[in-house]
Design a protein around this ligand. Structure first.
Ligand SMILES: [Fe+2]
Ligand SMILES: [Fe+2]
Length: 214
């Protein structure tokens, strides 16, 4: 397995923000399939180019139609929204590379989840996404963020139903996330798209501030 430094922080020699024209889609073979599925996706590193060719991700990005919480439809369009927001936020350097990787992978295994089984363990899209990402990075900060990315929302929903927070679930989540700053930034990013209720992210940010500074 290649370490994080080799896989995430080596942008193209053309610069972190721009594509290398030499690596662009071959005009003889039509539009790039990844770019057709993820609007605005221009890979910024060799790692992103490998992800954009991965048949599992291509299938995952194509999955999904407009539904509650995701009026945009497919996972790929959602990912494109997140990439655009990362750009709008002006993220650069490692944080930009890391948020982009998280955006590309975090929801992309939804197509493998069975609606007939409980959405837990290997039938949880976030767990499946983590297992997928382990082929690309061994950085636990990234892997745990992928695996836990919907946990704040789930805990918030349980809080709304039960009237009190599940302290053990919250503590378990915090224990498994080694980089809370990155985790919160990604939760904010994922919750920033149209159709998402801002309340769970606001609640999570407030809880973190109350419990331990980020
Ligand atoms: Fe998700
Ligand atoms: Fe998402």
């Amino acid at each position: 397995m290649v370490g994080r430094a080799d896989r995430l922080t080596a942008p193209d020699s053309s610069g972190a923000h721009g594509p290398d024209p030499a690596q662009g889609p071959d005009p003889d073979h039509g539009p790039d399939p990844a770019q057709a599925l993820v609007p605005g996706l221009v890979p910024e590193s060799e790692l992103e180019r490998r992800l954009a060719r991965d048949p599992v991700l291509l299938e995952g990005w194509a999955w999904g139609t407009p539904r509650q919480g995701h009026p945009e439809g497919s996972v790929g369009v959602h990912v494109g929204d997140l990439l655009r927001t990362i750009e709008e936020w002006g993220e650069v350097g490692d944080r930009r590379s890391e948020l982009r990787l998280l955006a590309l992978v975090h929801d992309s295994l939804k197509f493998q989840v069975s609606n007939r089984l409980p959405k837990a363990g290997r039938n949880d899209h976030a767990v499946r996404a983590r297992l997928f990402a382990e082929d690309y990075t061994d950085d636990e900060r990234l892997l745990s963020t992928i695996e836990q990315h919907d946990r704040p929302y789930q805990i918030w929903r349980r809080l709304r139903r039960a009237g009190r927070p599940d302290e053990r679930a919250f503590a378990r989540m915090l224990e498994s996330v080694p980089d809370l700053s990155l985790f919160l930034r990604f939760v904010e990013l994922d919750g920033s798209t149209a159709g998402k209720n801002p309340e769970p992210v606001d609640w999570f940010r407030g809880e973190l501030r109350r419990r331990r500074p980020v």
